[in-house]
Design a protein around this ligand. Structure first.
Ligand SMILES: Nc1nc2c(ncn2[C@@H]2O[C@H](COP(=O)(O)OP(=O)(O)OP(=O)(O)O)[C@@H](O)[C@H]2O)c(=O)[nH]1
Ligand SMILES: [K+]
Ligand SMILES: [Mg+2]
Length: 388
């Protein structure tokens, strides 16, 4: 069913929508890196390493370098003057049997997205990361968080947001078909046409599945937005009052720390790990103990990490050979559970692949010694021991 828009838009609304589309278009053109370059620039071309990448973003002198040194042990010069750091400095965090690359970056200021300071390079590096830690000085203006969010939004980064629920597909013919599954209050058919017209799109299918805004529609048409998780890290809580600490720590996606007093750094690591959505899978060869020393580490992504993702990670042709898999862990209803390729795996699951030509050994040779098994599996086995 199509619900057309019931509200009345005046001229200003249409005009504003068109203007927004024009600005978004120009910005995209402006930000395109020159052909053949990654957009990062000298001092910023750091090779990816480990199971995930985290960027430290913030105003100058909020304590980014101090934090990198504390969390990774890699020294990054810290000092009381602004712009101490001028390039990208990588370090490694070892956490939960995984390696996370942490990147220290120069401080950025208002206007960074337009190239002020090393803003462009810093933002290009953040875009290549899996999550962002926005480091803020707890004693400074709270407006800093909004300024930085705006700078990152200007270059297509969307922090702690999910992609708009708008289906959009360009067509070769047929004109524009505009539909929605609910009443819309921000965009109507005419406004949508005008915006598509701005992009010289005359044939397309548009379906609104939520009451999205003009900005959401432009994001979907532009298609190059990056949706990332961001943790707001309020540093230097040693110099502010307890009321401020309390207030800041209650904000969503936020954590308060003090590098000087080594306060709350373990909680920061746990929060960072959680935000990264990594899934550790332990493999168990036929008739042998699981390999608890080195997990296969995958990113859960939006749809979760499936058995198929796991197989593809090991070898690209493996999927074709799989009859089914045996799974132990929180994703299994009973031990071991026979699963297909679509089973969504969870952190610390144990997986044994049974290939088409192989005989199922029933998961034998498992967990004789539980000493180094993931805690969740040990707990479960204590309650209902496995038959071997
Ligand atoms: N009081 C207090 N000072 C801190 C803390 N962490 C860092 N600092 C100080 O803040 C100053 C700036 O630290 P840096 O680590 O250089 O900050 P930065 O964000 O890397 O700065 P730029 O590289 O210039 O952007 C230094 O004098 C640090 O000693 C903290 O937890 N409390
Ligand atoms: K500094
Ligand atoms: Mg620094």
């Amino acid at each position: 069913m199509t619900l057309s828009c019931l509200i009345y838009f005046d001229y200003t609304e249409y005009h504003l929508g068109q203007l927004k589309a024009k600005i978004a278009k120009l910005r995209t053109q402006l930000l395109e890196p020159p052909k053949g370059s990654s957009g990062a620039g000298e001092g910023f071309e750091v090779t990816k390493f480990g199971h995930g990448r985290v960027a430290l973003i913030g105003f100058p002198s909020v304590g980014k370098s101090t934090l990198l040194t504390m969390l990774t042990g890699t020294h990054s010069e810290a000092a009381s003057y602004e712009f101490t750091t001028l390039t990208c400095i990588p370090g490694i965090i070892h956490y939960n049997d995984t390696k996370i690359q942490l990147l220290d970056l120069p401080g950025i200021i208002e206007g960074a997205s337009e190239g002020k300071g090393r803003g462009r390079q810093v933002i290009a590096v953040s875009k290549s990361s899996d999550i962002v830690l926005m480091v803020l000085d707890a004693s400074k203006s709270e407006g800093h968080r909004q300024i930085l969010t705006k700078e990152l939004e200007a270059v297509g980064l969307r922090l702690n947001k999910t992609p708009p629920q708008i289906y959009f597909k360009k067509k070769k013919t047929g004109g524009i078909s505009f539909n929605s599954t609910l009443a819309l209050t921000h965009v109507d058919e005419k406004l949508c046409y005008q915006i598509l017209h701005e992009y010289k799109i005359h044939n397309a299918e548009v379906l609104f599945r939520e009451d999205a805004t003009v900005d959401d529609l432009i994001d979907v048409i532009e298609g190059n937005r990056k949706y990332m998780k961001c943790i707001y890290v309020y540093n230097k809580i040693d110099v502010v009052g307890i009321d401020d600490v309390d207030r800041l720590s209650r904000q969503p996606n936020s954590i308060v720390i003090s590098c000087n007093l080594k306060l709350n750094l373990d909680r920061l690591l746990a929060k960072m790990w959680e935000a990264m959505g990594l899934v550790r899978i332990y493999t168990k060869p036929q008739g042998q103990q699981p390999d608890f020393a080195e997990p296969v580490v995958l990113s859960a992504g939006r749809g979760g990490c499936t058995v198929e993702d796991f197989c593809n990670h090991i070898h690209r042709t493996l999927v074709k050979e799989v009859k089914y898999v045996l799974v132990w862990g929180t994703s299994a209803r009973h031990y071991p559970q026979h699963c297909g390729l679509s089973q969504v795996l969870q952190d610390e699951d144990v997986v044994q692949i049974v290939k088409k030509k192989e005989k199922d050994d029933g998961g034998r040779g498992r967990f004789k010694s539980h000493s180094n098994a993931p805690a969740r599996i040990c707990d479960r086995e204590k309650k209902a021991p496995l038959k071997t």
